[in-house]
Design a protein around this ligand. Structure first.
Ligand code: ADP
Length: 202
């Protein structure tokens, strides 16, 4: 399976999502994470610590990808609209993370208008970094997307300091010593299982 993670704005959890989807799929079959973002955040993450899957840049990817069952691609932030069409058509699922804040949503609306115009349904929005209750930001954004008929994952990812520690230490969130690391991993496991179900239905 090929899963591409893209966003029209930086800092929305794109790399965090690519890393944890790769960790989830590595549990199902040999997985490669291709870091195609010039910021090289995923390569940086793997260089700082240890991840249970291989991370390569896009130039190394071509020679290697055949050996893997699953491929996760962390793309460049702010792709052009032409890039986005190509991305959506060359993967099994395009995952578009967004944070529940107004600037991220503005960027997301532009992305979605474009996705609707190219008529692909091969994408799902993932709401990341959802603040804990009593904030209702996560639910509000989810409702907004649902009302607009935009395919969105059933569950989003909570805002947890464990994810920042994971990035700093170069490890998956489940290896972080933090009370909430298990909760963070469960969120991505739920998303991974939803992707598997989606693929079975197709
Ligand atoms: P992008 O690849 O879109 O730039 P990152 O994955 O690098 O986004 O995340 C941007 C920042 O937000 C990082 O500091 C990261 O640790 C933090 N972050 C990402 N997801 C979460 C989350 N669920 N909870 C808390 N912080 C998060």
């Amino acid at each position: 399976m090929i899963i591409t993670v893209a966003s029209f704005k930086g800092g929305v959890g794109k790399t965090t999502t690519a890393i944890h989807l790769a960790a989830f799929f590595q549990g199902k079959g040999k997985t490669l994470l291709i870091d195609a973002d010039p910021n090289r955040s995923a390569l940086g993450w793997s260089g700082r610590g240890e991840l249970p899957f291989e991370v390569v840049d896009q130039w190394q990817a071509e020679a290697q990808s055949e050996d893997y069952e699953h491929i996760i691609i962390d793309t460049q932030a702010r792709p052009t609209t032409e890039d986005l069409a190509a991305l959506a058509n060359t993967c099994d699922l395009l995952v578009l993370p967004t944070m529940p804040d107004i600037l991220s949503l503005d960027a997301l609306v532009l992305t979605i208008e474009y996705l609707k115009s190219i008529q692909t349904s091969q994408y799902r929005i993932l709401i990341t970094s959802i603040p804990p209750k009593p904030s209702r930001a996560g639910d509000e954004v989810k409702k907004l997307l649902k009302d607009a008929d935009i395919p969105t994952f059933d569950i989003g990812i909570g805002r947890l300091a464990a994810f920042q520690k994971a990035a700093m230490q170069g490890i998956p969130v489940y290896d972080v010593k933090d009370q909430r690391s298990e909760r963070g991993w469960q969120d991505y496991e739920t998303v991974g299982n939803e992707i598997l179900n989606l693929m079975r239905e197709r």
